[in-house]
Design a protein. Structure first.
Length: 292
């Protein structure tokens, strides 16, 4: 708040009271033809603003002020510095990113059907306030002990997989710094999906192994990695759903499809992480000389 007030002459400030309020504000601003709407908050605030901007030409800006700031990290924002993030906004470099929908609800980073959404569903505000991130782990332990649902996942090209839960990623990151979707690119018009075929300890074991190695589907993993333009998920019972970490209720028929239009965002032109990765690739590809 101090940062916003110190730069209040730069913006017209609107304080949202809820996610619905933030979405309505963003919708009205987009309909007015505003060129940029900046979301100052965490991933929940960001998703609400994305709902309002979806389908419009208004660009999204980000001032990362939440706990995880997953989408800001994905874009390469300096997510620990509001000052540096404002510098990025000033550069006005526009990038178009893919936007997908879970049963009509837009998401820009990821979505979940089943297990992770149930963890969100069962983690109360009171337990989060008391235990912090540990509250999610406590809920996860409870959920792991329950009988999992059965799911049938159909890709738009006809491929079919069966599993107990699904995670879909538009970007590579899940829950913060974890690169769960190693092939994901939020500008390739493809959605990546992880289909977990087993529940219980195997789900945990393969997830931990995948996070450690960077390839969750490698070897004898019970996780299948899919890429497609869209997916249909059929469940044998109603299961929890989430998009960008926001709980969306329950359903047994789920569609994961591209939105009508891509989302325009202000993003760093040369994110530090990507510069580092390009340098590493260059060094790796330098021809070796024979030494005699």
């Amino acid at each position: 708040m101090r940062f916003l007030m110190a730069h209040a002459q730069r913006f017209i400030l609107y304080a949202s009271r809820s996610a619905d309020d933030a979405m309505e504000l963003a919708t009205n601003l987009a309909e007015r033809g505003e060129p940029v709407v900046v979301a100052a908050g965490g991933d929940g605030t960001l998703n609400a603003v994305v709902q309002g901007l979806a389908g419009s030409s208004t660009a999204l800006g980000v001032l990362p002020a939440g706990t995880m700031n997953v989408f800001a990290r994905e874009l390469g924002f300096p997510f620990t510095s509001l000052r540096k993030s404002l510098d990025v906004l000033d550069q006005e470099h526009i990038k178009e990113v893919d936007l997908f929908e879970l049963n009509g609800h837009a998401f820009v980073q990821m979505a979940g059907v089943g297990f992770d959404a149930q963890v969100i569903e069962e983690t109360t505000w009171e337990t989060k306030k008391m235990f912090g991130p540990l509250a999610y782990l406590m809920s996860a332990v409870r959920v792991l002990g329950e009988k999992p649902p059965k799911m049938r996942i159909t890709c738009d090209d006809g491929r079919v997989e069966e599993g107990v839960c699904v995670l879909a990623g538009n970007g590579s990151l899940y829950g913060g710094q974890v690169k769960l979707f190693r092939k994901a690119d939020n500008a390739d018009e493809m959605l990546d999906a992880l289909v977990f075929t087993e529940a219980g300890y195997k789900l945990v074991l393969d997830s931990v192994k995948g996070i450690a190695t960077g390839a969750i589907d490698a070897g004898n993993s019970s996780v299948q990695y899919l890429q497609a333009r869209s997916f249909k998920v059929e469940c044998n019972r109603d299961v929890p759903l989430e998009a960008d970490g926001e709980y969306l209720g329950r359903g047994s028929m789920v569609s994961l499809e591209p939105a009508r239009r891509k989302l325009r965002v202000i993003a760093p032109e040369n994110p530090k992480e990507r510069i580092f990765e390009s340098v590493v690739k260059t060094l790796v590809n330098i021809p070796r000389r024979n030494v005699e």
